[in-house]
Write a protein that binds this ligand. Structure first.
Ligand code: ZN
Length: 476
């Protein structure tokens, strides 16, 4: 009797303990559900490269996103405890990084890819590019060429591109359709081109374009006088005034070749950078492409005017333009980003992984110093450096709470990615554009599992072939 009673009491005690335990679990879960903040999306990965001021790389990290912004970045365990998401993407075999930023290109020229290689710049321009452009550039050409460019860029992890071409309003439409961010500059040049016959016409066109895309969530409309040597002083000054009126960036080619510097020195006894500065052209948001031949005085001017520099190592090497003094520029505190330039003959693709790798190696070659431009600097140029060069570092370039959600995942389960000791070194020296798996721009996923979600890839590839036949025939 006694034994039975004892047994019963023990059982009851165990039961009541179990009940209390489950009650506690239930309470904690209920509290968690109510405490967890709801977000739209959570992305997690084996490593999150943040490019934040501390340059944190978070192992088993995650990012919470609401609408177009990053809400939080932390360890996956922390994010999962604090947030519940409608959608999630878990990539335990990938790096999650900020979307790459292209600071100089001509996207629609993708339809001229490889039209003429291994030539002197002047022959390439005069015998192929100018005739081909005169006969073929139209809004339709620009639309399909930009679609092709955006397709390649997005699949390769570029989320923002900086463009200089004709019919830039059409470039902007195509970029928005692709769901890609763009700093898109209408070209102003001193001879008749496809969209405008005079610089005066181009300035009117550009003003309308700037007005139309003002406050666009994806497009930053810009003014792009081609270069000092292709424009009059008056046109350059008017371009600056127009850009400042809209607080728009001014994009320009600067000191790309030795010839450009020699000719300007001969004619004006000043370097091109000094001439632009004396005209007031650098007084306002400016992104100068190349700056290969910038001397110390030019570097001081670029720093003083807070000019962003777009370094294009592939293009500078392919056209034998020279090697830009990037180490010196960075030491001077200039914001330097990367660009593929091209793609018609000065590069032939839009691959920022290649530009990071080449940027690091080119500086080592010219300084004879293997410590010059380490991988961390190269990756920074493709992300935060590019954002600073464009004057957009408050919005893009890193994974930080409050910034736009421009993210990529890059797979690290292929032969070229293993073993991995350092995620940043791997990004710059081993991973390829083809390893990009997912891309988000402004909170919207545009590439999933290496497939584009926003564009019709098949029709773009078919159209490129159609244009190849048409362009070839036009040059005969
Ligand atoms: Zn260019």
């Amino acid at each position: 009797m006694l034994r039975t009673y004892k047994f019963t009491t023990e059982t009851q005690r165990l039961r009541s303990r179990a009940f209390l335990f489950y009650l506690c679990v239930l309470c904690v879960s209920v509290v968690n559900i109510y405490a967890a903040e709801s977000v739209d999306t959570i992305w997690s990965a084996r490593y999150v490269i943040t490019e934040d001021p501390q340059h944190r790389v978070i192992e088993n990290g995650a990012v919470a996103i609401r609408a177009d912004r990053i809400v939080a970045v932390s360890s996956k365990a922390d994010i999962d405890a604090r947030y519940t998401a409608k959608q999630r993407l878990d990539r335990p075999d990938a790096i999650l990084a900020p979307g790459l930023i292209n600071t100089h290109t001509h996207a629609a020229m993708s339809l001229f890819r490889g039209i003429a290689d291994d030539m002197r710049l002047q022959d390439w321009l005069e015998k192929f590019i100018f005739p081909a452009e005169a006969k073929n550039v139209s809004p339709d050409f620009v639309r399909w060429g930009t679609r092709l460019g955006c397709l390649e860029m997005l699949l390769g992890g570029t989320t923002t591109f900086t463009d200089m071409y004709y019919f830039e309003d059409v470039v902007a439409e195509a970029a928005k359709e692709a769901g890609m961010r763009g700093v898109l500059g209408e070209t102003i040049i001193g001879f008749p081109v496809a969209d405008n016959k005079t610089p005066a016409e181009a300035l009117v066109f550009t003003e309308k374009y700037l007005t139309r895309f003002r406050n666009d969530p994806l497009v930053v409309a810009a003014v792009a006088p081609h270069a000092l040597y292709t424009n009059s002083d008056e046109t350059l000054k008017a371009s600056r005034a127009l850009a400042n009126q809209f607080d728009a960036p001014l994009l320009i080619h600067l000191e790309e070749t030795k010839k450009e510097v020699d000719d300007t020195m001969a004619a004006r006894h000043m370097t091109p950078a000094a001439v632009l500065d004396s005209l007031g052209v650098l007084s306002g948001r400016t992104v100068a492409a190349h700056c290969v031949w910038a001397n110390d005085a030019d570097i001081a001017i670029l720093k003083r005017r807070n000019v962003g520099v777009a370094h294009c190592p592939s293009s500078n090497m392919k056209l034998a333009s020279g090697a830009a003094p990037v180490v010196k520029m960075l030491a001077a505190g200039i914001h330097v980003g990367l660009g593929p330039d091209g793609p018609a003959g000065s590069n032939n693709d839009f691959n920022l992984f290649e530009e990071m790798d080449l940027a690091a190696k080119l500086q080592k070659v010219i300084t004879m110093d293997p410590q010059a431009l380490p991988a961390s600097d190269a990756l920074e140029m493709a992300t935060m450096g590019g954002a600073r060069a464009l004057g957009m570092d408050q919005e893009i370039g890193s994974i930080e709470a409050g910034k736009r959600a421009d993210l990529i995942t890059v797979r690290i389960d292929r032969p070229n990615a293993v073993p991995m000791y350092d995620a940043i070194s791997q990004m710059v020296y081993a991973l390829k554009a083809e390893d990009v798996r997912d891309v988000m721009v402004n909170g919207r996923q545009v590439v999933r599992d290496a497939r584009i979600l926003t564009l019709d890839e098949k029709s773009i590839l078919a159209k490129a072939e159609e244009y190849r036949a048409k362009i070839s025939a036009s040059l005969k």
